[in-house]
Design a protein around this ligand. Structure first.
Ligand code: FPP
Length: 254
């Protein structure tokens, strides 16, 4: 067990009987249901995203205290650009606010920020805040927080094929050298292990163009809870359920 044993989140995890020797190395989350959460309360969708940003803070803190080394949050997909301009702008504002308000806590708690996706499509001020926090946390070697921004699994694969094809064309890579490892090393996630567990909130049973290549052997957990209602207790419960799963990777049980 790590030195944070006295922290509240860990206490909740200890009380729940979580096995700290069998934690997932990488958890990825599709944070869904902010709009429905707001609609149920007759609020503007943006209020749902604001409440969702609070859940992001809680989940990050909980995972850091438990000692999970990698967390990916699917914050903005390649398709999300199609949403109304006001909603896109609100999401940009919330992202920037989150990054700048969490920067100090990330530095103090050994969290490294890794933004992945088509970052060049973001407004300059958002890009600057991403680069600022990536720079100020780059020496950290605790939790690696990957935030998927203008990310799409297909766009990731398309870019990987383009980059490998370009290297084949100039003779840097021989086609015989194209292995699963080489492919993984040309994706946005090249510095991150494949997820052990993928959580999706809001009850939808689909991947929605999130990680595709990376989830070949990932355990899936779909919960009906809307993202703004997602709690520390449910989060720990899902980790416990993950520890009951029998992962065989296509092999047979020992
Ligand atoms: C899905 O809910 C959520 C998103 C498209 C964006 C996720 C953003 C946040 C959680 C807040 C800001 C992010 C960070 C990293 C601080 P939805 O709008 O698709 O919900 P619905 O399906 O109910 O309409």
């Amino acid at each position: 067990m790590n030195s944070n044993a006295s922290s509240l989140a860990e206490k909740a995890a200890i009380d729940a009987g979580l096995d700290f020797s069998r934690l997932p190395v990488h958890v990825a989350i599709i944070m869904d249901g902010n709009g429905r959460w707001a609609k149920k309360r007759r609020l503007n969708r943006i209020k749902g995203h604001e409440k969702g940003a609070e859940t992001v803070r809680m989940v990050l803190r909980t995972f850091r205290k438990i000692g999970i080394p990698n967390l990916t949050l699917f914050a903005f997909s390649t398709e999300n650009w199609q949403r109304p301009k006001t909603e896109v702008a609100a999401l940009m504002r919330l992202l920037k606010k989150f990054l700048l308000s969490e920067e100090q806590e990330m530095i103090e708690n050994n969290i490294r920020l890794n933004a992945i996706g088509q970052l060049e499509r973001f407004p300059e001020d958002v890009q600057k805040s991403i680069q600022k926090v990536m720079g100020s946390t780059e020496q950290n070697d605790g939790l690696l927080l990957s935030i998927a921004l203008s990310y799409g699994g297909r766009a990731d694969i398309q870019k990987m094929v383009y980059d490998i094809a370009a290297k084949v064309k100039t003779g840097k890579i021989d086609p015989a050298e194209i292995t699963p490892e080489l492919i993984s090393n040309h994706l946005y996630t090249r510095s991150v292990p494949d997820p052990d567990l993928l959580i999706r909130t809001s009850g939808e049973m689909r991947i929605s163009n999130f990680y595709l290549w990376q989830i070949a052997y990932t355990e899936l957990y779909m919960t009906k809870t809307l993202w703004p209602d997602f709690s520390k207790e449910e989060c720990i419960g899902i980790l416990k359920e993950y520890q009951q799963r029998n992962r065989r990777y296509g092999n047979i049980e020992e």
